[in-house]
Design a binder for this molecule. Structure first.
Ligand SMILES: [Zn+2]
Length: 415
C-alpha cells in the first residue's frame, strides 16, 4: 500500500520537494481510483486521508492530463449531498506490450484499468530469422494494434518489449538470447526508430521476469508475496518474486533457471553449456525425447500437440513428459531449498503440459526439499500460460504511468 504524504506538512519545504509530494499524491489518487473504481472526490479524500481541497486539485490535474473523466453522480445516502464521481478514462492512456520469443511473436495492449484492448500472437520461427526480419514482422503486428486502439480512442504512452534472453536495461539492448543465437541487438532503438511514436518510451525486459510480474499483478501470484514463476518455452526461465517484488540480481541478469546444471555429463545446451535444465526438459528436448519433429514448432503450438498425443495414449510422449517432470522437479527442489517460496507457478507451455508432469515434480520435491515435511508450498498451474509475458509487458508500461502520472499528457477526445 502506498503511503500518504500530506502536502500541508510540506508547505515550507523547497519547490523540488513540493513537486515530489505532488507527484506522489497524484499517483496515490490515480492508483486508488484504478483499484477501487469510480468514486467522488470526497470519498477519495476520506479513503486516502488527503484533504478535500488537495484531492480536488489532484483530480483536476489528472483530468487535464487525460487520465480521469467525469463518471456520473454518487449518492452517499440520506445525509450526504450527491457528488460528481470520477473514473479512469477508457479512451485515455494505453500500454503496448510486444514479445519476441523463440517460435512466436505477440502483441498486447492494455488500458489504465488493466483491460486488454488488443491482443494477437503468431507462430514465427525466430531461430531461422535474423533480428532485422523478426522485428520487421513484430512491428507490423504493433502497427496493426496501434490502428485498432486508435479507433477505440486510446493513446499509447509506453512500450515494453519482452525478449527471451539477457537484457541491458540502461541501453535497451538484448545482450544474448541463447536459443536464437542473437547477441547485442539494439531492441529499444529498433522499435523506437521504426514505430514512429515520438515521445513514447520503449523499454526492454526479460520475458520470464515479465511473466512473473503478470502473475503478481493479475494471475495466480496475486495471493502470494514469495513465489517463483517458471516459464517453459524452448527456453526455461524463472521469475522470482520475494516480498512482493521481482528479484533481479545485481545487474538484472538473474533468474536463469534453465541454465542450472542438472547433469554434468548431459547434452549441450543452446548457450553452449552442458547438462543444463532447458537442454534436458525444455520444449525441444521434450520433442526429441518423444520422437516428434521439432520443426513443427514454427508452425503451431508444439506443446498443445504434445499434450494431445499424451492424452491419446502415445507412450513415448507420456514417458518423455514424465522424465521432463522429474528433471524439472529436481531443479525446482533447489529453488525451493534456496527461497522457501509460498508457491511455484508453472507457466508458459509448462501450463499446458503440467497435468502430465505434476506427479513426478511433486515426488522429486517431496524427496529433495529439506523442509518438505513442514512446507505448504503450493504447486500451481498458470492461467495466463504463454500470454503472461506480453500481458506483463503491457501492464508494466501502465505501471509507470500509475507510479508517476506527470510523465504523460494524453491529448485525446475531450470527455
Ligand atoms: Zn544453458
Amino acid at each position: 500500500m502506498t503511503r500518504r504524504i500530506d502536502s500541508r506538512r510540506d508547505e515550507r519545504s523547497n519547490p523540488a520537494d513540493q513537486r515530489a509530494v505532488r507527484r506522489h499524491n497524484l499517483s496515490l489518487v490515480l492508483r486508488h481510483i484504478a483499484e477501487r473504481g469510480p468514486r467522488s472526490r470526497s470519498t477519495v479524500a476520506t479513503e486516502t486521508g488527503l484533504n478535500k481541497a488537495t484531492v480536488s486539485s489532484l483530480v483536476a490535474e489528472l483530468i487535464e492530463r487525460g487520465l480521469l473523466s467525469a463518471a456520473g453522480t454518487e449518492y452517499p445516502g440520506a445525509v450526504g449531498r450527491p457528488a460528481q464521481s470520477v473514473r479512469l478514462r477508457s479512451d485515455g492512456a494505453l500500454g503496448l506490450g510486444l514479445e519476441v520469443n523463440v517460435d512466436y511473436l505477440s502483441v498486447c495492449a492494455k488500458d489504465l484499468a488493466g483491460r486488454v484492448r488488443h491482443r494477437r500472437a503468431i507462430a514465427f520461427d525466430n531461430r531461422a530469422s535474423t533480428p532485422e526480419r523478426s522485428f520487421v514482422r513484430l512491428l507490423r503486428l504493433a502497427r496493426d494494434a496501434l490502428r485498432d486502439v486508435a479507433a477505440q480512442g486510446l493513446v499509447p504512452v509506453g512500450t515494453i518489449v519482452a525478449v527471451p534472453g539477457l537484457v541491458d536495461y540502461a541501453s535497451g539492448r538484448l545482450l544474448y538470447a541463447p536459443n536464437l543465437g542473437w547477441t547485442e541487438v539494439p531492441v529499444a532503438e529498433l522499435v523506437e526508430d521504426r514505430l514512429g511514436l515520438a515521445g513514447v518510451p520503449v523499454r526492454v525486459e526479460n520475458e520470464a521476469n515479465l511473466g512473473a510480474l503478470a502473475e503478481l499483478w493479475e494471475g495466480a501470484g496475486r495471493a502470494y508475496r514469495d513465489f517463483i514463476h517458471v516459464s517453459g518455452e524452448v527456453g526455461v526461465g524463472a521469475g522470482i518474486v520475494l516480498g512482493g517484488r521481482l528479484f533481479r540480481g545485481a545487474r538484472g541478469l538473474g533468474g536463469e533457471f534453465g541454465h542450472i546444471t542438472i547433469y554434468p555429463e548431459g547434452p549441450i545446451c543452446g548457450c553452449g553449456g552442458r547438462g543444463h535444465l532447458e537442454a534436458m526438459a525444455g520444449q525441444d528436448a521434450l520433442m526429441r525425447a518423444a520422437g516428434v519433429e521439432t520443426s513443427v514448432a514454427g508452425e503451431r503450438d508444439a506443446s498443445a500437440d504434445l499434450a494431445k498425443r499424451a492424452r491419446e495414449g502415445d507412450r513415448s510422449v507420456q514417458v518423455a513428459l514424465r522424465d521432463a517432470g522429474r528433471l524439472l522437479g529436481i531443479g525446482l527442489s533447489s529453488l525451493a531449498n534456496l527461497f522457501d517460496p509460498q508457491a511455484i507457478i508453472l507457466g508458459g507451455r509448462f501450463a499446458t503440459l503440467a497435468p502430465m508432469m505434476l506427479e513426478e515434480i511433486r515426488a522429486e520435491m517431496g524427496e529433495r526439499v529439506i523442509a518438505a515435511r513442514w512446507s505448504d508450498c503450493r504447486m500451481l498451474v498458470s492461467e495466463l500460460g504463454g500470454e503472461a509475458a506480453v500481458r506483463g509487458a503491457a501492464s508494466m508500461a501502465m505501471e509507470r504511468v500509475l507510479d508517476d502520472p506527470t510523465t504523460v499528457h494524453v491529448a485525446g477526445r475531450a470527455s
